[in-house]
Design a protein around this ligand. Sequence first.
Ligand code: BGC
Length: 503
Amino acid sequence: MSMTAASATVGSLYFPRSRIKGCSFQPRMTVRSVSSQQKSTVTTSVDEILTNLQKQCATPLPVLRHVADSMANDMRAGLAFDGGSDLKMILSYVDSLPTGNEKGLFYALDLGGTNFRVMRVQLGGIDQRVIATEAEQVSIPQELMFGTSEELFDFIASGLAKFAEKESGKYHLLEGTKRELGFTFSFPVKQTSIDSGILMKWTKGFAVSGTPGKDVVACLNEAMKRLGLDMQVSALVNDAVGTLAGAKYWDNDVMVAVILGTGTNACYVERMDAIPKQPTQTAHSGTTIINTEWGAFSTGLPLTEFDKQMDAESINPGEQIFEKTISGMYLGEIVRRVILRMAEAGSLFGNSIPEKLQTPFSIGTPHICAMQQDTSNSLDTVGSILFNEAGVESKTGARQIVMEVCDTISKRGGRLAGAGIVGILQKMEEDTKGLIFGKRTVVAMDGGLYENYPQYKNYLHNSVTEILGQKLSENIVIEHSKDGSGIGAALLAAANSKYKHTF
Ligand code: BGC
């Protein structure tokens, strides 16, 4: 894949600089210069910072194993009772997975980052499967991410209404039914049924007032009602859950889904009798999907002072530590913090520290990804990204160091994400004795970070193979899910339709 600074967008993991406006990261606005005493220690300081960083970010096999084991333990603790661990282990109430027989027109709405996506899908049953789909993406004005709940949901409902108006003749509702919607809402929600759930907290830089503690389906329904849009939500799903449902529709061996984009999460198929905190809930299939909300995991992670500072200055300090270490919203920012320190302590770029380099999130994960694709001798892409995004002039030596910093941070992220996946597989294997490692098991992946960052993806795959060993890992297929969560949500709306269907 060739990428230039200009084309450096890594799908949904892009976090525009302007979005920091209303959040509590306070950019320092002065251009500072490096003192002569600091200058004399140039090389030692930069080398020391790099060496320390590499040591602290190292993920040798014992660290990976510890993370995988802790993930499995924390999963069990979270299943035992609410609050049992950092992992919320949320019941999705998805126990009717799509079978392939679903028929009719269904809508999907996906809200989880800087954009929301609307989609319509015509399902044709077991022979025809997905007959037609149409989708549109609308970007969310940044002020709405810090506004009121009503403003946000009114904006979303009006986007949905405009899209629904454009429905053409090739889409047909089943007779006597109303339009049904699968609502993918990619934030921690305590589900109360398949079509209701309370927002526990916002993540990924959202800070909309009035939604936490409320049923997000009711918020959407009220907004649709205000607009006179005649549609009903049949399924509320997390993006990881939608991805799992969508991928399982095509391949029954899918047991786990992982999102690696702006934020991160994982879900998996769990047996009802392995969920002590919900003894009364039943599912005719005997299984359900658990949304782990693994972004909140924190046990045994190799963290640096840069991670800790970024966390302390974030809008949710102490929360989402795994997410802050491995996901697209944060990797570029960690790199920026490291190279800022190198510039201050070791004059990495000469005398001055430009304002841009001091501005939180001025370097995004798409930029560090683009820098890592640079194979030219003088690292021209690295140079132009550093100039355009951070305002620094750089020599080849400094660019090489920046490349190493990018590699250190993406390597740690990819390898820890791999360890998290092994943790989930281990937990499932321990309970089912051979049903995971003893046969083909698919992990469906989605999100811009996984899809568009080749080094990150390789580190993730290698880490899984390293922990499991060649033989066990042969049965584990980690693959990009081609449909993402959109079709999954529409399928779940169909599988959980309010109408009695014969499918
Ligand atoms: C949210 C999850 C979501 C993930 C990926 C996290 O910040 O808490 O609910 O699935 O991002 O979008």
